[in-house]
Design a protein around this ligand. Structure first.
Ligand SMILES: [Zn+2]
Length: 478
């Protein structure tokens, strides 16, 4: 088996992957916070870690991929107020939209997709463990908003606070973890939790961050806890979801590089504090999508909704685009980058039509191996794609005869989530198959004018009919 290496943010090095349980790999990647439809930037970790799982499985490693959904968050309350919806309803609708939007990529789903709202017992127990070990502390929520005094819409899951029972915030004591900052390589003095002024007066130290937030009067979703009604902070949600499904010490923790600090630093610290061990053996981060010629902060790529980009360029081109650069690097978003991906997809599809089902020539095996070697070396997808293109060029050499077998190409495309490019008719909708059948009927009846009209109609719909010895096939015109 190949040695597989990945870049680990914590050590700053490309390190060999050594699964803690032989033959098994657990990956946890942070998924979206569902306060709006997801954008192209959210799709990058989804694609990178889904395809990494495919590669590891191909290498004989039984891989479990967990990508969570953060459906309890400040941003969701704000978006729900703007939309005039109960926050739980908005989160449920946008979770369903996220599933539909990522389904449209056609690369399958993670093994587990836990919701923060459904992991509440584990989250509360985790916070309790941190309090018990003195890594966290509860302080009374004091603001005049009066948590629990019942101006919420009553959609919560508890009956509300008992009279006189004060709600509390719980904060993590950052300086209680001597290794805090080890993941993001920052000095403790340079860290700002990004929580603004919220709770700042009640924190023992400005570095501390919230594990549990007492319910505010205008928050309509809350849970009961030993500290009164409230809801968890973002970071503790992930520590609890990751540990519940994969256990502390999981093999690969992934996510976008924008999450390294504070989110992942805080996840790592919580687990060290509560469990006395590291949450993950390796921390693997993907780069951001950036608009070309614009500042990073407000990049168009992070605004363009995924569904819109898929509708415009097609699912395969979007996957192709997302793997066209090395996962660690920023990826430039532009119309020409997407069009280039479309052209690459067309070239592969066209090459596939010249191949026959079955084993590929042995001489091409070296290119197939180059593909897998590239992925084994820090998941280098651009190198792997160049091996695919080299294979396609080599397969066209007349020396291999007329019916070159497609097995190698199918294997490589399968790992990249692009195997459908070899299935000429797979994507044609029922309407298209119906028109093809009508055209066959017209041809049998020697009504060639009708047959031509139907061919034109199919072309308008984006499909080309090709008549072969075994009957017509229909291929996408892209
Ligand atoms: Zn997370």
């Amino acid at each position: 088996m190949r040695q597989i290496s990945l870049h680990d943010t914590a050590s700053g090095e490309v390190r060999p992957l050594v699964p803690r349980r032989q033959g098994h790999v657990g990956i946890y990647a942070c998924g979206p916070t569902v306060y709006s439809r997801i954008h192209l930037g959210n799709a990058r970790p989804f694609v990178v870690f889904s395809l990494m799982k495919r590669f590891l499985e191909h290498q004989g490693l039984d891989t479990t991929l967990v990508i969570n959904v953060t459906d309890v968050n400040d941003k969701i309350y704000v978006a729900a107020r703007v939309a005039g919806l109960p926050s739980a309803q908005l989160a449920a609708e946008l979770t369903a939209a996220y599933v539909a939007d990522t389904d449209a990529l056609g690369i399958g789903r993670p093994d587990h997709e836990p919701l923060a709202s459904q992991t509440m017992d584990e989250i509360v127990a985790y916070i309790q463990a941190l309090i018990d070990s003195d890594h966290a502390y509860a302080v009374a929520y004091e603001a005049g908003e009066g948590a629990g005094e019942g101006t919420g819409s009553g959609e919560g899951v508890s009956e509300g606070q008992a009279p006189g029972e004060a709600a509390q915030d719980v904060f993590f004591r950052v300086r209680s973890d001597s290794q805090y900052g080890a993941l993001s390589h920052r000095r403790i003095e340079d860290m700002n939790q990004g929580e603004g002024v919220e709770g700042s007066a009640r924190k023992h130290d400005p570095l501390d961050f919230a594990l549990w937030k007492a319910r505010k009067a205008d928050e309509d979703t809350w849970w009961p806890s030993p500290w009164g009604d409230g809801r968890p902070g973002w970071h503790i949600e992930c520590s609890a979801m990751a540990e519940t499904l994969l256990g502390a010490g999981l093999d690969i923790h992934g996510g976008g590089s924008d999450l390294i600090f504070p989110h992942h630093e805080n996840e790592a610290s919580q687990t060290r504090a509560a469990r006395g061990r590291e949450l993950a053996d390796m921390w693997v981060h993907n780069g951001m999508i950036q608009a070309t010629g614009e500042k990073m902060a407000k990049s168009v790529g992070n605004i363009a909704p995924l569904w819109e980009v898929i509708e415009r360029y097609g699912q395969h081109a979007v996957v192709m685009y997302l793997i066209s650069g090395h996962y660690r690097q920023p990826l430039a978003y532009s119309q020409s980058a997407l069009q280039q991906a479309q052209a690459n997809v067309s070239r592969i599809r066209e090459a596939g039509r010249r191949l026959a089902p079955g084993p590929s020539p042995q001489a091409l095996g070296v290119l197939r191996e180059r593909f897998f070697d590239a992925l084994a070396d820090d998941f280098n997808t651009p190198e792997a794609l160049s091996a695919v293109n080299a294979w396609i060029r080599a397969a066209a050499d007349p020396a291999h005869g007329p019916d070159v077998g497609d097995e190698d190409l199918r294997l490589m495309l399968g790992v990249l989530g692009l195997e459908e490019l070899l299935d000429a008719s797979a994507e044609a909708p029922a309407e298209v198959h119906e028109l093809v059948a009508q055209r066959e009927q017209a041809r049998m009846e020697r009504d060639f004018a009708a047959a031509d009209t139907l061919r034109e109609r199919l072309a308008e719909l984006g499909w080309e009919v090709r008549d072969g010895a075994s009957g017509p096939t229909v291929v996408a015109r892209d």
